[in-house]
Design a protein around this ligand. Structure first.
Ligand code: ATP
Ligand code: MG
Length: 273
């Protein structure tokens, strides 16, 4: 059971990924992260002792751009398949879920995330913004949660546990792939592989792209306390030393967390009733 320690919770979720569950959860809470790069379904078994990840599965969707659903049918098919597999494996009906939208998108686009989950079979869907979800995993009371995903960078400034500012801009891992593809003269799929397999070689090429993400974070945190540490969530900055590049460029404290890809999906599940 991964009670109050965010890193223990993240490690438990990473460990559960792709594994069969150990039994049927007593109080399942489901989170669906409709990401640009991938769609992640997390089931927690929640009790007074804490949240225990019992099912974690990820699937590429290709149905979103910058966090916005652009192919409804494909998004529904992806979530339905993830839900059906979870129901089968866990041996229990899953009728409620939480899902998330990137902050500051139009209300109709945020609602589309709810409709995707409802059409995929969840009867009761709670909607939360992605940055607040990430904060629910990291439990940051004073700091800036920065979620850099495949398509966009979301920022939430938290003070005394209260959300002071929330913003989101395009720019993420996909844009880093474009930079790398251009520099190496390869397709983006090949650039993505290179980025993961040879991060040390990729980092110098990607540094200007990381500075662009840093500028975007600077713009989205302007007017807030510059002493607040930046906490990195999302997959795009999982490149070793990317956090150092940001820290040096922005002259701010940057905190990285293990299994950053799972921070937002876990927090979405924690937002479920
Ligand atoms: N080991 C890694 N090294 C570098 N980049 C990685 C690594 N693993 C994942 N990524 C990048 O992380 C991105 C996906 O992150 P994440 O799952 O947080 O995005 P998403 O939630 O699907 O997108 P968004 O939140 O923007 O809608 C991809 O662009 C991918 O290239
Ligand atoms: Mg995301």
């Amino acid at each position: 059971m991964a009670g109050g320690d965010p890193h223990a919770l993240l490690a438990a979720a990473a460990d559960q990924m792709g594994k069969p569950p150990e039994g049927t959860p007593r109080r399942p809470r489901v989170g669906v992260d409709l990401g640009t790069a991938s769609c992640v379904l997390v089931v927690l078994d929640s009790s007074d002792e804490g949240d225990c990840p019992v099912w974690v599965e990820s699937a590429g969707s290709g149905a979103l751009q910058d966090g916005v659903v652009v192919d409804f049918a494909r998004a529904v098919a992806t979530v339905r398949a993830l839900r059906d597999r979870a129901v089968d494996a866990l041996g229990t009906e899953l009728s409620t879920a939480a899902t998330a939208y990137p902050p500051c998108i139009p209300v109709a686009d945020a609602r589309a995330c709810t409709y995707v989950c409802e059409t995929a079979g969840f009867e009761d869907v709670t909607l939360v913004d992605e940055v607040t979800a990430a904060q629910r995993t990291l439990e940051i009371t004073d700091g800036v949660v920065v979620d850099v995903g495949g398509g966009s960078t979301g920022v939430g400034v938290f003070r005394d546990g209260r959300l002071e500012r929330l913003d989101d801009r395009p720019g993420g891992g996909h844009h880093l792939d474009l930079v790398l593809a251009g520099a190496l003269g390869v397709e983006t799929g090949e650039a993505e592989r290179f980025k993961r397999e040879r991060p040390t070689d990729a980092l110098p090429i990607l540094t200007p792209g990381l500075h662009r993400i840093a500028e975007s974070i600077r713009a989205m945190t302007r007017g807030t306390d510059a002493d607040l540490p930046l906490h990195l969530a999302g997959g795009a900055l999982m490149i070793p030393r990317a956090g150092d590049v940001l820290a040096q460029y922005l002259q701010r404290t940057v905190v990285t967390h293990p299994h950053a890809l799972l921070i937002t999906p876990l927090g979405i599940a924690r937002s479920a009733p």
